[in-house]
Design a protein around this ligand. Structure first.
Ligand code: ZN
Length: 113
């Protein structure tokens, strides 16, 4: 079963960026979920509030990241941990990972707003 991943999406209306946790194959992730590509899924934009399809995937975490932090290459691990902590501070992995870095993710996407 494909694990859920951190996915950064771009809103088709305002180009705002936001993160979700979702799986490449949703049917396995959510019971009854329909297996469609990300751009055919409905998400609500956190920037402009519009709900709908057409979001573009900008980044996806490594497939094993939310399952086993230790299996992610060490070079990219701090980045994804920082994303997780900043975007999903209540996620169970944040509490269990001792290595989560306290520094915020470099907010390079902010310059597009
Ligand atoms: Zn938007």
């Amino acid at each position: 079963m494909p694990p859920p991943r951190l996915v950064e999406l771009e809103c088709p209306r305002c180009r705002g960026r936001h993160w979700v946790i979702d799986a490449d194959f949703r049917a396995a992730f959510m019971a009854g979920g329909v297996d469609v590509d990300y751009d055919q899924r409905e998400y609500q934009c956190r920037v402009c509030g519009q709900q709908g399809i057409g979001h573009k995937v900008l980044q996806k975490s490594p497939p094993t990241f939310l399952i086993d932090l230790g299996r992610v290459g060490t070079s990219s691990l701090p980045y994804w941990e920082a994303v997780l902590k900043e975007q999903f501070p209540d996620h169970s992995k944040v509490a269990t990972s001792k290595s989560i870095h306290r520094t915020a993710v470099k907010r390079r996407w902010w310059r597009f707003w």
